[in-house]
Ligand binder design. Structure first.
Ligand code: AQP
Length: 340
């Protein structure tokens, strides 16, 4: 059966890119599939985190899922560290993955920077943990932003190599031809890659030192308006067709954001605003952004003011997640040949 898994790191400043690239899709998928949405706190500590701040942001990410419209009863919302299957499977899959594969991961190169010798081992093996997150549930569909495409491909390679390496044991022990499915990335839409408001060549990111570069989910209407109005653009008016956005990354980004927020296509946006002044388009973008994000931000603030309720949701989610993962981990141990 189809099963959806995705995760968001509790590393502060959830932004419009996280929302449009991932969380908004979580909401849409819950009507068709069984979905697990995870606050990936084990991933967060691959770079240094302040413990008190980490606790706060774990709850904040869970609140963002719920405030955006993910139903915690229908779906499983939980934090990764409460389900031991993730770390356990990551070890086993770390013995399947090859060093050469990890050496090609661009996110590690970007995040480790020049001082690679000083990056944590966890940052390097991050994509193996991500493969374990997905495969522990034998998930089939993974809604993520464009930036996670390479990690998803690695997860597919790891699943396939495990299936190949252990094919004899998998069939001898009655698990069929292949144990892990090939998880499919769901990366679509106008805003699979939301760019920084200050630089159309950089993705919008939690860790960008400039708060002006991103719209945070908790920004109020004034902050959203000011960031959109100050967003970098070029001096030309908007074109009336998509082809006219080529070589204009900042304009293309804002049009993509508008389309994703308004639930329409880029062409329709250009039909409406093409040829007009940029400022008129920006005003309309402020309106749609405030209409969409205002209620989410307000609900997030309300939810985090009651941490006990969020913790109860996370605990319930962890128990339900564990119930799905435990038999899969038992099977993997069986396949590998461990005595249980
Ligand atoms: N700019 C983006 N556009 C579209 N999708 C995005 N995502 C992140 N940035 C954009 C998607 O959001 C989900 C959660 O991301 P994450 O928290 O796991 O990690 P990240 O990709 O490292 O996010 P950030 O915000 O860019 O953090 P930093 O600054 O720490 O690198 C994922 O599905 C991701 O694709």
């Amino acid at each position: 059966p189809p099963r959806v898994f995705s995760g968001v790191q509790p590393t502060g400043n959830l932004h419009l890119g996280n929302y449009l690239g991932a969380i908004q899709k979580f909401v849409a998928l819950q009507h068709q599939h069984e979905c697990l949405y995870c606050v990936v706190d084990l991933h967060a500590i691959t770079v240094a985190q302040d413990p008190n701040e980490l606790t706060r942001t774990i709850r904040e990410v869970a609140a963002a899922f719920i405030a955006a419209g993910v139903d915690p009863k229908k779906n499983i919302i939980f934090n990764q560290s409460q389900v031991s299957a993730h770390a356990e499977l990551a070890w086993i899959l770390g013995c399947t993955a090859r060093i050469g594969w990890l050496n090609r991961m661009t996110q590690f190169k970007e995040k480790a920077g020049k001082d690679r010798e000083n990056a944590s081992v966890g940052l390097y093996t991050y994509p193996v943990l991500m493969a374990a997150d997905i495969l522990a549930y034998r998930a089939t569909h993974v809604p993520v932003g464009e930036d996670q495409k390479q990690h998803l491909e690695l997860a597919r390679d790891i699943a396939q190599k495990f299936n190949n390496d252990f094919s004899a044991s998998i069939s001898a022990k009655g698990y069929g031809d292949a144990f892990f499915p090939q998880p499919e990335p769901l990366i679509q839409g106008a805003a699979a890659r939301v760019m920084s408001l200050r630089d159309g060549s950089k993705k919008m990111s939690k860790s960008d030192p400039s708060d002006q570069s991103r719209i945070n989910l908790t920004d109020d209407a004034d902050a959203i308006a000011s960031k959109v109005r100050k967003a970098k653009t070029d001096p030309e008016p908007l074109p009336s067709e998509s082809a006219g956005l080529e070589g204009r990354p900042e304009a293309a980004n804002l049009v993509g954001i508008y389309a994703a927020l308004a639930g329409t296509e880029q062409d329709a946006v250009l039909k409406q605003f093409g040829g007009g002044q940029f400022s008129a388009f920006k005003n309309a973008l402020v309106d749609v952004a405030v209409a969409k994000l205002g209620p989410i931000g307000a609900e997030m603030k309300r939810l985090v003011s009651d941490p006990a309720s969020i913790d109860a949701i996370l605990k319930d989610g962890a128990e339900r997640a564990h119930a799905i993962a435990a038999p899969n981990i038992a099977a993997v141990k069986d396949i590998v040949g461990f005595v249980r």
